[in-house]
Design a protein around this ligand. Structure first.
Ligand code: FES
Length: 555
């Protein structure tokens, strides 16, 4: 009865029975929207995927999903990553689908789609949006985010004029595609490929390159075969997939955001991942991709250098080459023959880009469950530092005070922002790269130690310690710090502490009151009730793990 209705309704669309009978039904989950400029080309790419599916004998249909354009969503797309994960899972569950091609790329779309696909566990392949093209400005190669912060600091210091600042709006983002730095988008798509979810080299292809459309149609052809092979994520996704992704993350000098997303994605695939696991990989895999912000090149250069397969060849000693992938071959077979065509962009492991590692996990009485920083994009002079705390209780307070020219602040001051975590903000926005106070900018200061329970953009750099857990809004120790307390940071010893006695902290805790709840309704209510902390991946507590949702009864 139900299949009769399905066939009847397809014919209502004008399709003849022979166009769909006996063919694998393939969903194209598309995160295109007018408000996601990074995905502006995904409508056309969906057509290329459709072409590939038809060529291989499948039956395609496209399903739109939450687009999560990174800079367009307030207060942060992180608030909605789990929403997309749920949407992807439920789209795949509620419709009659045999396999799926997932179209995403802008920051949270990659983890969101992978989390949903892992939980649903039907054959799925990831088709990444690809990075945007480089641009040029005053003799410099620029891209999304490469110079925004730098020019903003110079603008606030009075070194560039408003006219030039406005002119910059039309530079840096030259074409559709994801940010072309080693920001969160490029980090997460590369990790998806290293986990085995993409065709070899797919994530390095610029969005506007003809190779990109060819890759999209190849995804369409491959997913049909995957359905016949019953190649579900659970058949190839494993601890080895996650370890390979972590090695790639560190070699790329990837975004700090990946620390959260990888824990969440791994958890959906049944792999328990701790911050200490990441720390171990970071300590042995050097940063070899000369990509901004750890280096000075962009994703287009990375593509010309051979892209991710070439980078994986350089770190093959750190990879589990036997791990399975969507191709039906191992990762080792996928990268066989890949060559590094530009050792200045992809360095050999003997000549890394930075002596600093991509990730340091800090512990101490300020962050008992961990905090992270990116030494490869921070000032070496702050790797061991002691300074007086300047505490802001909210982002609004910080923004209102940071440009006060009479502020009592020095280069050695440790700026602290709290109530900016998963529950406190809510959604853990990218506020962790606190602006340098205007007074100090005018004195030539361009970096300071900054601590928060927020995240920071993958394109940001500086001595920022983020993801402090547990967060202040639920009573983490960050809530107890006062302006004037001494803070000590020792990155080599992986320690972050406030120099206040346990007895005094206990006394302050008695006085502490939780901030007012942000909302009592809607998705945000669901979010703050169920989101886990940064060291657990910020997934919802009721979605973690591999337990299956029962298929609803059908009539
Ligand atoms: Fe979309 Fe950076 S804003 S990838």
């Amino acid at each position: 009865m139900r299949s009769f209705a399905h066939r009847q309704r397809l014919q209502q669309r004008g399709l003849a029975r022979e166009e769909f009978l006996g063919r694998p039904v393939i969903a194209i989950i598309n995160t295109w929207s007018d408000l996601s400029p990074c995905h502006a080309h995904l409508r056309e790419r969906a057509e290329a995927v459709r072409r590939g599916i038809l060529q291989a004998g499948g039956f395609p249909f496209e399903l739109p999903a939450l687009s999560l354009g990174e800079v367009m969503v307030k207060p942060t797309t992180m608030l909605y990553r789990n929403f997309l994960a749920m949407e992807c899972e439920e789209l795949l569950r509620s419709h009659p689908i045999d396999g799926a091609v997932l179209l995403g790329g802008c920051d949270k779309t990659t983890p969101g789609l992978l989390m949903g696909a892992l939980s649903m566990d039907i054959p799925a392949i990831y088709c990444p949006a690809g990075p945007m093209l480089n641009d040029r400005y005053r003799g410099n190669t620029v891209g999304a985010g490469t110079h925004t912060k730098k020019f903003y600091d110079e603008y606030m210091a009075g070194n560039i004029q408003q006219r030039e600042w406005i002119h910059l709006e039309s530079k840096m983002t030259r074409a559709p595609g994801t940010c072309n730095t080693m920001g969160t988008a490029s980090t997460m798509t590369a990790m998806a490929e290293a986990m085995g979810f993409c065709l070899p080299g797919a994530t390095s292809i610029p969005a506007m390159d003809a190779n990109h459309e060819r890759m999209a149609s190849a995804c369409g052809r491959r997913i049909v075969d995957m359905v016949w092979e019953d190649l579900k994520p659970s058949t190839f996704f494993s601890r080895a997939s996650v370890d390979n992704a972590l090695a790639v993350y560190m070699a790329l000098g990837g975004s700090t955001n990946a620390a959260i997303h990888t824990i969440a994605v791994a958890g959906r695939g049944g792999v328990s991942l701790q911050l200490s696991d990441m720390e171990a990989v970071a300590s042995r895999v050097p940063v070899i991709a000369n990509l901004f912000p750890s280096g000075d090149r962009l994703m287009e250069d990375f593509f010309y250098a051979g892209g991710l397969p070439a980078l994986m060849q350089e770190i093959r000693a750190h990879l589990n080459l036997a791990a399975g992938t969507v191709t039906g071959h191992t990762l080792g077979e996928n990268i066989e023959g890949a060559q590094n065509l530009d050792p200045e962009v992809i360095r050999p492991v003997t000549r890394p880009v930075s002596t600093g590692r991509a990730l340091a996990v800090l512990r101490g009485n300020l962050c008992p469950d961990g905090a992270i920083m990116k030494p490869s994009a921070a000032s070496p002079k702050f790797m061991k530092h002691r300074g007086c705390a300047l505490v802001f209780d909210s982002n609004e307070e910080m923004l209102a005070k940071v440009n006060d020219l009479s502020a009592d602040v020095e280069e050695s001051t440790v700026m602290i922002l709290r109530n900016a975590g998963p529950v406190g903000a809510p959604g853990m926005p990218e506020w962790g790269n606190l602006p340098i106070p205007k007074k100090l900018l005018r004195e030539g200061v361009r970096d300071m130690v900054r601590i928060s329970d927020a995240r920071m953009s993958g394109t940001h750099y500086g001595s920022c310690i983020v993801h402090v857990a547990p967060e202040s809004a639920i009573g983490g120790p960050l809530a107890l710090v006062k302006t004037g307390d001494w803070i000590s940071l020792d990155v080599e010893a992986r320690q972050l502490n406030v120099e206040v006695s346990d007895a005094e902290l206990a006394e302050r805790r008695k006085q502490w009151q939780a901030p007012a709840r942000f909302t009592e309704r809607g998705f945000t209510r669901l979010y703050v009730d169920h989101v886990t902390q940064a060291d657990k991946g910020c997934d919802f507590d009721f979605l973690m793990g591999t337990a299956k949702t029962p298929e609803p009864p059908i009539y």
